[in-house]
Write a protein that binds this ligand. Structure first.
Ligand code: CMP
Length: 139
């Protein structure tokens, strides 16, 4: 089915001027960018976005990394976009990521792993709404 998913190009990748290379990987996989913006995430936004991980030992470091410098937010659309995005990203831990994936090529560590992507239809809808209004989605 035609799906929409949410993507963050994280500070570690934006700082290294990898925006274009990462967007190219999504586009070459058949995903279409229907919304895109660069923001400096606030602490409150980062804590709210990752609230599901609040009790995890890495939560504090995760929030610090996400607000250290700007991020690029995208909504990607395509057939099976949620799974496709996850395939293009590769495993959360770059040590486990398959050759050719974003995280294999660009991630520095499990925390500074260059991209975030929604893991399921419900979270995709929630995450898109968290950062974008309907009129910003140009399909
Ligand atoms: P992301 O997809 O953004 O969702 C939560 C993030 O927490 C994850 O990618 C990682 O960057 C980060 N993280 C840091 N340590 C861990 C860990 N041990 N397990 C899972 N995620 C971690």
């Amino acid at each position: 089915a035609l799906e929409r998913t949410f993507s963050i190009i994280k500070p570690d990748a934006v700082r290294r001027n990898l925006i274009g290379k990462i967007v190219t990987k999504f586009e070459e996989a058949g995903l279409t960018v229907i919304a895109l913006k660069k923001i400096q995430m606030t602490r409150a936004q980062a804590e709210g976005f990752y609230a599901v991980h609040k009790e995890r030992p890495f939560f504090g470091e995760l929030v610090e990394q996400m607000i250290a410098s700007p991020v690029v937010l995208q909504v990607l659309e395509g057939e099976g976009a949620i799974l496709k995005n996850r395939e293009v990203m590769g495993a959360t831990n770059p040590a486990n990521a398959v050759e050719g994936t974003i995280r294999k090529e660009f991630a520095l560590s499990i925390g500074e792993n260059s991209v975030h992507g929604s893991d399921a239809p419900e979270t995709a809808a929630e995450e898109i709404k968290y950062f974008f209004s309907d009129d910003e989605l140009v399909g």
